[in-house]
Design a protein around this ligand. Structure first.
Ligand SMILES: Cc1cc2nc3c(=O)[nH]c(=O)nc-3n(C[C@H](O)[C@H](O)[C@H](O)COP(=O)(O)OP(=O)(O)OC[C@H]3O[C@@H](n4cnc5c(N)ncnc54)[C@H](O)[C@@H]3O)c2cc1C
Length: 376
């Protein structure tokens, strides 16, 4: 099989990269599961972020802003369900207002469009019953159907000749004469080898393990920055009381706090109209197995967070929802990190692709293409 590029991983990032690179290169995607998008790309809030939270100059900022625009255009063009329903970031108390205003100034300086500072009465008009000291309204925030988005990427990539090998796990990598040799394990446990010129590591949570297969040092070395992931679990509860759920008009977020690994438990709507509360943020101990099941732990914490938005929320109004894992480059207690996307002689490493990775996916694909010199 003759291919130019091997993409490892068929999540939103790998599929977006494949759909973009296949316009100029022969692309093969290797995915260890039997189909695409079974890990993080299907276990998230499905929010199209505006790019509000990140420092100027970060990839998270620039790729989120560009990705936001590209994702709306893509969803429109390919018939992917989406809604530009807007988002409120609320200050519950007056002493949070300076932080709210600072967040607004930072976002405006980053070039985030369609932002407004709202008085409590304006918030109550937009989201009846919500009592706050003030809020930012972001008009470019929205939601997308993640699975439909990935389906459209897959179809687009395949229609331009990209090949998909599901049930193929990359187990070893080495540099070859003119590129790389990829060693994979197929569906029957058989191993095979495949040469390629470019290698793009979109293995999500496992990108650090895949990078180490090429001899790069996860803690940092002469040829690479540190890329070891530290996982952080995000759990959701679904709001199953229809009366409560029917009150929600837009995405509802608290102010982010620097001591949290996520954005704080928030309220999201999916494209089918279901309401979700979460995710929380729990660090995973080294060696603790990845488990996408929700066993219903932490209900009290979710009730407390949820009652800020819905004061009459009862335990029976919530049911355990999905679970996702953030591949973080910072450790507990350390400040957050940017996406880590670096290139070395035809290898592109995508590390720490946590939120807003889904939003940024189409922009990340273009960035990877530029890093490889496939487009200017
Ligand atoms: C709780 C939570 C909420 C989030 N909410 C949002 C949000 O609202 N908006 C937003 O923009 N982003 C959000 N994100 C971030 C977003 O989900 C991720 O950035 C994005 O899904 C990452 O996609 P990916 O393709 O890198 O990873 P994945 O979807 O995990 O895909 C990686 C793929 O690589 C495969 N793989 C791994 N190792 C190998 C191997 N050796 N061989 C072959 N295949 C391999 C895996 O099987 C997997 O399919 C959220 C994340 C979390 C955890």
């Amino acid at each position: 099989m003759d291919v130019d590029v091997v993409v490892i991983g068929a999540g939103a990032i790998g599929l977006a990269v494949a759909a973009h690179l296949c316009l100029r290169q022969r692309v093969l995607v290797l995915e260890r599961h039997h189909t695409y998008g079974l890990e993080n790309s299907s276990h998230n809030s499905g929010v199209i972020h505006a790019g509000i939270y990140y420092p100027p100059g970060w990839l998270k900022t620039t790729l989120c802003l560009e990705g936001n625009r590209l994702l709306y255009q893509w969803a429109q063009a390919y018939g992917v369900p989406y809604r530009r329903l807007g988002k409120l970031i609320v200050a519950w108390e007056e002493d949070e207002l300076p932080q709210l205003e600072a967040l607004l100034r930072g976002a405006q300086a980053n070039g985030v469009p369609d932002l407004y500072l709202l008085y409590p009465s304006e918030v109550a008009q937009l989201q009846p019953g919500l009592r706050v000291a003030g809020a930012i309204y972001s008009g470019s925030s929205g939601i997308v159907d993640q699975m439909a988005f990935m389906r459209s990427l897959l179809a687009e990539a395949q229609s331009h000749g990209a090949l998909m090998a599901f049930h193929h796990e990359v187990v070893a990598l080495r540099r070859g004469v003119d590129g790389f040799v990829v060693v994979y394990r197929g569906p029957e446990g058989e191993e095979g080898e495949l040469p390629c010129r470019f290698l793009v590591n979109c293995a999500g949570l496992w990108a650090d393990r895949v990078g180490a297969m090429l001899g790069y040092e996860p803690e940092g070395g002469p040829y690479n920055p540190p890329f070891r992931h530290c996982l952080n679990r995000g759990t959701y509860f679904d709001v199953v009381n229809r009366e409560v759920a029917s009150q929600v008009r837009c995405l509802l977020y608290p102010l982010p706090h620097s001591d949290r690994a996520g954005l704080g438990v928030h309220v999201t709507i999916d494209t089918e109209g279901q309401i979700h509360l979460g995710p929380d943020a729990q660090w995973v101990s080294p060696g603790e197995p990845i488990d996408f099941r929700n066993r219903g732990e932490g209900l009290e914490r979710f009730l407390e967070a949820g009652r800020r938005f819905f004061p009459h929320l009862r335990p029976q109004d919530l049911a355990p929802g999905q679970v996702g894992y953030r591949p973080k480059l910072n450790r507990p207690g350390e400040p957050p990190c940017d996406f880590l996307i670096w290139e070395d002689r035809g290898y592109v490493h995508l590390g720490g692709i946590e939120s807003p990775g889904l939003t940024a996916s189409l922009a990340i694909a273009r960035y990877v293409s530029r890093l490889l010199g496939v487009e200017s």
